[in-house]
Design a protein around this ligand. Structure first.
Ligand code: UD1
Length: 349
């Protein structure tokens, strides 16, 4: 599937996993900022309808190639036929923590193999700039908060976490070898929300594992009360604390990273940034924000702690603000409102 026509504008950007949750919102931001995105997605954890939603939001079709990013030959063909690729945003990866423990080989193959194929082909075609999706999971439970980029990474608590750490190391080693790449490693905190049009949003295939999709299904009557995973943590209300960031703010950090890399004289280059809001929100506060935003009440039950959960984490965003000039501007409540609008459109799905 391809629609490689269109103006080059500020540059053609390959977006692996571009039909996924964060990827699709980043496509919108790229188009709004004059870039020409090219989606690569194998639709293993995304829906083809997303590409139509994107066309409706952007007012024109977005190029899309259905391939597995680990398939080097297929990737090479995309680089040959899409037109010159000026930069890459690499989202494509398997991301379910529980599943990664059951299927470690799949996770290592997809997440490491995909990145290595991409770097190989980028090298062949002389594509220099790459934004990589990493995760705050690399910090584990930090000793002091907020976490800065200097906070040491912890031993990974899951295979998924290990793949993010190893991918960061692969990129750092490739850059250290003198390969002419410029790389930003974005460590995401907890992305939530949806595009306000409700044409794209988070579409978990199967049973959702993350808090907000579970809240949405509970509010929509698809599932019963929310189980709060422990209220005996050492936090003000006893529930875990996370840094929830609106997916549109997160998307903007990718576009800003591309601009920043283009401005740098230095090559090779690798730079890591936390991408969060800098504010911690407890599970109870997240539920309260949802109730205010949606006008729905959520039945809550306190259950046992979830194995492997960490008590609290939130970002220091000083570096990303100072260096990239990027800052999250949306509130958790706005994110909940947009997420709920998306769920209302999905209905009982
Ligand atoms: C999880 C992953 C993390 C990954 C991130 C991606 C684990 C241990 N960690 O993080 O590696 O990068 O998703 O978004 O799975 N909660 C409830 N009830 C629920 C669901 C969640 O109380 O039914 C609580 C959790 O205890 C947690 C918070 O909600 O405190 C957020 O949970 P979740 O959305 O799963 O994200 P993380 O745990 O931060």
């Amino acid at each position: 599937m391809s629609d490689a026509e269109g103006t080059e504008g500020r540059g053609r950007i390959l977006v692996t996993g571009g039909a996924g949750f964060i990827g699709s919102h980043t496509i919108v931001d790229l188009v709004e900022n004059g870039f020409e995105p090219v989606i690569v997605d194998d639709f293993s954890n995304s829906d083809r309808g997303v590409v139509e939603g994107l066309a409706a939001i952007c007012g024109r079709p977005v190029s899309c190639y259905e391939i597995d990013c680990g398939d080097e030959d297929a990737l090479r063909r995309v680089f040959e036929s899409a037109g010159p690729i000026d930069g890459v945003i690499h989202f494509a990866a398997s991301k379910a923590v529980g599943e990664s423990q059951q299927k470690p080989l799949l996770y290592y193959r997809n997440n490491l193999g995909g990145l290595m194929s991409l770097l190989q082909v980028m090298g062949e075609f002389g594509t220099r700039d790459l934004v990589f999706s990493s995760s705050c999971t690399v910090y584990g439970q930090p000793e002091s908060l907020p976490v800065t980029e200097e906070t040491p990474r912890a031993e990974p608590a899951s295979v998924y976490g290990a793949t993010k750490r190893i991918c960061e190391d692969i990129l750092t080693d490739v850059v250290a070898s003198g390969a002419p790449h410029r790389v930003t490693l974005l460590r995401y905190f907890n992305p939530i929300g949806a595009h306000p049009s409700a044409l794209i949003g988070e579409l978990p295939l199967g049973d959702p594992q993350n808090l907000v999709p579970i809240i949405l299904q509970s509010a929509a009557g698809i599932r019963g009360p929310i189980q709060i995973f422990g209220d005996d943590w050492a936090t003000p209300d006893g529930t875990c604390i996370r840094d929830y960031i609106h997916v549109l703010d997160l998307a903007a950090a990718h576009v800003r990273s591309l601009d920043w890399m283009a401005e740098q004289d230095e090559t090779p280059l690798v730079e890591v940034f936390n991408v969060g809001t800098g504010r911690g929100t407890s599970v109870q506060e997240a539920l309260d924000a949802f109730e205010r935003a949606s006008g729905r009440s959520i039945a809550r039950e306190v259950g046992p702690r979830r194995p492997g959960d960490i008590e609290q984490i939130f970002a220091s965003c000083d570096k990303v603000e100072r260096v990239l000039g990027w800052k999250a501007v949306r509130t958790v409540e706005e994110a909940m409102r947009d997420a709920w609008r998306w769920q209302e459109r999905l209905g009982s799905r």
